[in-house]
Write a protein that binds this ligand. Structure first.
Ligand code: FAD
Length: 497
């Protein structure tokens, strides 16, 4: 409550925040978590917690009056529609030159993401986090993260037989015919539950196409893993619909944290002040970067260093679709959980997920989200006149990502005699180069912080989320965010608590 003093306050309940909460609580520390999004633990009037992918409503978007779907068009028609303004689950945040999609609510990105839980190849790790000992990561912290997240791989025999992965098998056939390595990617969906969905014996979630606006069943989001374990210690409290707006040194010791309570229209209904001995920034790459850049520029945290806000990247995300021949139907029913990818990282700088297009009709489309080796990095800065933080990313900076993705899909198109879809992102637009699902960086490890996430200049402040990673993980990022958080919190508990 207002005026309280707490030992540890964590800003955000995504991967970094949840790892910190669990390990601190297990070490006997009382933890308070602040989350700007909703709790997502209560069904709406339709009996479901989350809205369906094809019938978005207020629950689907963070404070928008119209949906902002990653695929804006289909067969030439715009598909966005009016919705009530509400503190919904998916934030399509328009920064300079890029739309950054993020999860909002207890569980952060785990509420909306595809659950692909990929550990980078060890030979690529040095470029991901150059100051971190790879040996320790691969022997201790990646295994710990995978166990904590409940990661497993699909049963390949079931994959080969089931209708809802026909799209993925077509993706495999085309990749292999062009000579590309094709691999299963592990995930956090409960595969046994999905088998029952496909058999029609339980309520459907992935097989019904649920993903972007939450999965009502089957997905092991952080609510079911790290956060459930943290709550079971009895030492963790969570305040949803509370947004941190300021952190500054308190008189005496610790930090004064200013928190706004929101209603579901996004209006501030109360402002509270809490004092915390230690504060962990786990608001995600964009959330943490925006807070730190503002607090440094406005003098609330004057001793933060010049690296704050720098080193931001989009993990090279770029999307595209291919138009298949009639004999390569991808299926009316598509599981929303991608489970396979095309690895051309070493030769072409691209790792492409074979993604679903769960429209409920046969589209004859193959759809892909590529993660690419894009060297461009942006910076956040404080615009004092506008009173907000801005990002200097340029849309043209996606060109290296497009070039990398083309090393896969130009070749497949040539081999198959097929073409790119031009109707998914506008009219005659091939590349989905306007967005990212994987914001990374802004408070880079060993630059803005020490090698364990302690912010320079202000003892007792830590960063423990995707903002530590300088812009690219070569694969989907949440396993690396989780493993790095496991590594850092172990050190912080041993030496600072
Ligand atoms: P987040 O998970 O973003 O958590 C930050 C939390 O802090 C949020 O809940 C936010 O609401 C809260 N917050 C922010 N600011 C404040 C504030 N001022 N006060 C209080 N709370 C605040 N990654 C994968 O590895 N595999 C995938 O398959 C995958 N698919 C994705 C699909 C989509 C549609 C999206 C959007 C992302 C996907 N990702 C995927 C990315 C992954 O979800 C993110 O990398 C990950 O969630 C980032 O973790 P984090 O701990 O840095 O922050």
């Amino acid at each position: 409550g207002d005026g309280a003093r707490v030992p540890v306050l964590i800003i955000g309940t995504g991967y970094g925040g949840s790892v910190a909460a669990l390990r601190l609580a297990q070490a006997g520390v009382d933890v308070h978590m602040i989350e700007m999004g909703m709790a997502w633990d209560t069904p709406g009037s339709d009996g479901k917690i989350f809205a369906h992918t094809t019938s978005p409503d207020g629950r689907s978007y963070w404070l928008r009056t119209k949906t902002k779907q990653p695929l804006s068009n289909f067969l030439g028609f715009p598909i966005d529609k009016a919705i009530p303004r509400y503190t919904g689950i998916l934030d399509a945040e328009e920064m300079g030159g890029i739309i950054v999609y993020q999860g909002r609510g207890v569980g952060g990105g785990s509420l909306v993401n595809g659950g692909m839980a990929v550990t980078p190849k060890r030979e690529n790790f040095g470029a991901v986090l150059p100051s971190v000992d790879a040996g320790e990561m691969y022997s201790t912290y990646y295994p710990r993260a995978n166990a904590g997240l409940g990661v497993s791989t699909i049963d390949p025999a079931w994959f080969d037989s089931v209708d809802c992965y026909q799209y993925s098998r077509v993706g495999r056939k085309h990749a292999q015919r062009s000579g590309f390595p094709f691999l299963f990617v592990p995930g956090v969906y409960d595969w046994d539950y999905m088998k029952q969905e496909a058999a029609g014996t339980v309520p459907k979630s992935a097989v019904a196409g649920e993903i972007l606006y939450g999965n009502n069943y089957g997905k092991k989001s952080l609510q079911k893993t790290y956060i459930a374990k943290a709550a079971a210690t009895g030492k963790v409290t969570i305040s949803p619909l509370h947004k941190v707006t300021s952190v500054s040194p308190a008189s005496g010791s610790g930090y004064t944290v200013v928190i706004e309570q929101l209603n579901t229209s996004g209006t501030t209904t109360a402002t509270k002040t809490v004092t915390a001995d230690k504060v962990f920034f786990a608001a995600g790459s964009v959330g943490t970067s925006k807070l730190l850049v503002k607090l440094k520029a406005t003098g609330a945290l004057p001793h933060l260093n010049g690296e704050i806000g720098k080193g931001w990247g989009d993990n090279g995300n770029v999307m595209c679709g291919r138009a298949n021949h009639m004999w390569d139907a991808t299926g009316k029913v598509q599981s929303s959980i991608p489970t396979a990818g095309i690895d051309n990282w070493a030769a072409g700088g691209a790792f492409a997920e074979v993604a679903p297009l769960p429209t409920g009709i046969e589209t004859y489309a193959s759809f892909y989200l590529s993660i690419t080796k894009n060297p461009n990095r942006a910076a956040f800065s404080w615009n004092a006149t506008a009173g907000k933080v801005e990002l200097n990313w340029q849309t043209a900076w996606k060109q290296p990502s497009i070039d990398a993705a083309k090393t896969i899909f130009d070749k497949i198109n040539a081999k198959e005699g097929t073409i790119y879809r031009t109707d998914l992102f506008g009219t005659y637009k091939i590349w989905g180069d306007h967005l990212t699902y994987h914001p990374l960086g802004g408070a880079v490890l060993n630059k803005a912080t020490d090698n364990y996430g302690r912010l320079h200049g202000h003892p007792g402040l830590y960063v423990i989320d995707g903002s530590l990673i300088p812009g690219n993980t070569s694969v989907n990022p949440f396993v690396t965010i989780t493993a790095l958080a496991e590594r850092n919190i172990e050190k912080i508990i041993a030496t600072d608590v």
